[in-house]
Design a protein around this ligand. Structure first.
Ligand code: AMP
Ligand code: MG
Length: 395
């Protein structure tokens, strides 16, 4: 299967998770599940847009006695007579109808009075309801809540938005060769780096992940995995997905009652991917190579997380221009090539990074995109327009 087909299948398979109310602090990046409406007009009262002096619109004079002061937060309704003004701060409540606010910059102080040096037509008032009317939808259902939307919810008094709950994600590594990253591997062993990749990838979405390491012999694995998998919406394993004698994760999934949906892809790196389902739960067995992890996380795990969260589907690929040629060596399989992408004007510019096989990981230092090299492509010249996937990243 091509990447796009796997993504479509994953999307179709995942059911949107249930929803919950959370405080604003926990709502960043979550999908809003009901429209949020204004409980009152915004602004809720006429407010001054500037620091200045409120005067009557129908008063043609140039000298005004200052009879009161209104600061932001004060509530002092009152009328003004011709020749009178009220000093008012930005955000201060306009005391009555029929006024305008002369900007401080347009006024000269003369003892307890002001003289208008310049009279603008602009009233400098933010009128009640000008931004939104009571009952109006402020944020649509399905929106992914960003800081701006959260500020709007806060302003409108919606402090516990209804959002999709986070998925429960379990991740297990396999492989006797692995040691934790803070240890020095003995001969023949390597440090586990996929755990850090998976944890931080999910962390970008605020999703905690329960991580463990699977024992290598099968009965022990079953005992270890059974209870953990039971409460997982998404079960991820690293390695062991191919056909070696010790690659048992496919059997394990079947024994745990998962039905295999995808047992390999045509993507490179990332071919021995397994996708399986059990009820509403999804399992993905990611090929052990870190670069394959990077590809599978950004293509397939992302698709699952989006679908579980109820995010609107977006096109998988963006278009960009190659900054340097790719020697695709006519590989029969669709390849995802690590790249550095930069937005330059309307087009993204893509610099392919060096890698020879999926065990090479130094490109991960700067990769923030994956160029799609269709199967059978030979050399793709610099300047060619290509599909690419933006890798998940912090802002
Ligand atoms: P596997 O999918 O188990 O055949 O693993 C493929 C390659 O990825 C092997 O070279 C493994 O040593 C390596 N690998 C597997 N798991 C990890 C991991 N957690 N961190 C780094 N490399 C890994
Ligand atoms: Mg292995």
């Amino acid at each position: 299967m091509q990447a796009q087909e796997v993504v479509a299948l994953v999307r179709q398979t995942c059911r949107v998770l249930s929803s919950e109310r959370v405080p604003l602090e926990s709502a960043l990046g979550r999908v809003l599940r009901e429209p949020v409406c204004a409980l009152e007009d915004h602004p809720a009262f006429d407010r001054s847009a500037v620091d200045g002096y409120a005067i009557r619109l129908d008063d043609p004079g140039t000298r005004f006695e200052v009879v009161d002061e209104i600061r932001a937060g004060d509530w002092k309704p009152r009328s003004l007579r011709p020749g009178q003004s009220v000093r008012i701060g930005t955000g201060g409540a306009i005391p009555c109808e029929g006024l305008q606010v002369a900007m401080k910059e347009d006024v000269a102080l003369e003892g307890s009075a002001i003289r208008l040096v310049r009279r603008e037509a602009e009233r400098n008032i933010r009128f009640r309801g000008a931004d939104a009317r009571q009952g109006q939808v402020l944020v649509e259902a399905g929106a992914v809540l960003q800081p701006g939307a959260l500020a709007l919810l806060a302003s409108a008094g919606h402090t516990r938005p209804l959002v999709t709950r986070l998925p429960r994600v379990v991740h297990a590594t396999t492989g006797n060769e692995l040691v934790p990253p803070d240890q020095t591997p003995s001969q023949g062993r390597i440090r586990d780096c996929n755990s850090a990749l998976v944890r931080t990838f999910l962390g970008l979405r605020g999703i905690p992940v329960e991580q463990s390491r699977l024992p290598e012999d099968e009965p022990a694995v079953r005992d270890a995995m059974g209870p953990v998998a039971d409460h997982a919406d998404l079960l991820l394993t690293s390695g062991g997905a191919s056909v070696g004698d010790h690659d048992f994760t496919r059997r394990l999934l079947e024994e745990l009652g998962y039905a295999i949906l995808v047992s390999k892809t045509r993507t490179r790196p990332g071919k021995p991917l397994i996708v399986a389902t059990r009820g509403d739960a999804l399992a993905m067995e990611l090929p052990g190579n870190p670069l394959a992890h990077f590809v599978c996380l950004n293509l397939f795990v992302r698709a699952a997380l989006d679908a579980l969260a109820g995010r609107p589907a977006e096109p998988l690929f963006a278009r960009g221009v190659l900054g340097a040629a790719i020697d695709g060596d006519a590989n029969a399989r669709e390849t995802f090539w690590p790249a550095r992408c930069r937005q330059e004007g309307p087009a993204a510019s893509l610099t392919p990074l060096r890698w020879l096989n999926s065990g090479d990981i130094t490109s991960l230092a700067t990769a923030n995109g994956l160029i799609r090299v269709p199967g059978g492509s030979g050399r793709i010249p610099a300047g060619a327009e290509v599909d690419f996937v933006r890798a998940a990243a912090t802002a």
